[in-house]
Design a protein around this ligand. Structure first.
Ligand code: NAD
Ligand code: ZN
Length: 252
């Protein structure tokens, strides 16, 4: 048995006996769907200057630049489909093996794969939200409108400022989502962190909460992370393959 197989075997046993397992995902679970993660060279995420939340609020030029970048990025992840990794997690939730997924991702692929209990720490790029009246809209028609008119769309309800329903740098995380994620992490007897570099807080703090309460903590990620030292097991292979192997192990 190779070391990787050994860990698959063990983690499958932990998952099978867990009563309140929780999964935390990052950009790495979506790279096999063709969406580059944060660190990929050339990924659109690294190509543009950051429009901070304050600038978005204060300046029409900032809002234009923000929408221009988001439309570019949308070309990349608009057509992306969930991969085997997302699908396995949706099956585990349906089978009651995990409570749900806490994600740093904004791509909506967990929901597309069938996951229902998804806590989006950084919001979603599938919708826009009005900063003035809180109305929400599907993103697709607004992107089409921006590209057609070359101007930032206004909120159809109140004429206010529309922004992707994602959390910008300098913007507060939704407190209700964060509170729920903290509760799940506290209650968890097992947390699997999948495809996250575990450097962005508060997501990176959640596994610590699980560990402090005596829960197990497993990392599935190609590169090492700062939390490897507190993990009960780390599996460095491809996420799609690892989750497929774990699933096979659980169902045999
Ligand atoms: P990150 O880019 O910092 O780290 C991703 C990790 O996944 C890396 O450590 C890498 O080794 C690993 N990885 C990538 N592909 C893998 C694969 N196929 N198999 C195994 N491991 C793989 O991502 P992060 O920690 O989520 O932080 C990035 C931030 O940027 C997040 O806050 C997120 O909101 C945002 N972001 C989101 C998306 C998305 O929604 N898909 C994409 C890029 C960035
Ligand atoms: Zn509005």
């Amino acid at each position: 048995m190779s070391p990787a197989d050994f860990y698959i075997d063990r983690v499958a046993q932990w998952l099978a006996s867990s009563r309140s397992a929780v999964v935390l995902t990052g950009a790495g679970i979506s790279t096999e769907s063709g969406i580059p993660d944060f660190r990929s060279p050339g990924g659109v995420w690294s190509k543009y200057r950051t429009v901070y939340f304050d600038e978005f609020l204060a300046s029409a030029d900032g809002r234009y630049e923000y929408w221009r970048q988001k439309c570019e990025m949308h070309r990349e992840f608009g057509p992306a489909q969930p991969n085997e990794g997302h699908q396995v997690l949706a099956r585990w939730e349906a089978a009651g093996r995990i409570r749900g997924v806490i994600t740093q991702n904004i791509d909506g692929l967990h929901q597309m794969a069938g996951s229902r209990r998804v806590l989006e720490l950084h919001g979603t790029a599938r919708q826009a939200a009005c900063l003035d009246c809180s109305a929400r809209y599907d993103i697709e028609p607004l992107i089409a409108q921006f590209l057609a008119d070359d101007r930032v769309p206004d909120c159809p309800a109140c004429g206010g400022r529309l922004k992707h329903a994602t959390i910008s740098f300098g913007q507060m995380l939704p407190p209700d989502v964060l509170m729920e994620a903290t509760r799940w992490s506290r209650d968890a007897d097992l947390m699997l962190a999948i495809g996250s570099s575990l450097v962005v807080t508060p997501a990176a703090d959640l596994p610590r909460i699980t560990r402090e309460r005596g829960g197990r903590f497993v990392i599935i990620n190609r590169d090492p992370t700062p939390l490897d030292e507190i993990a009960d097991a780390t599996i460095p292979g491809s996420i799609g393959e690892t989750l497929t192997s774990l699933h096979a192990e659980l169902t045999t």
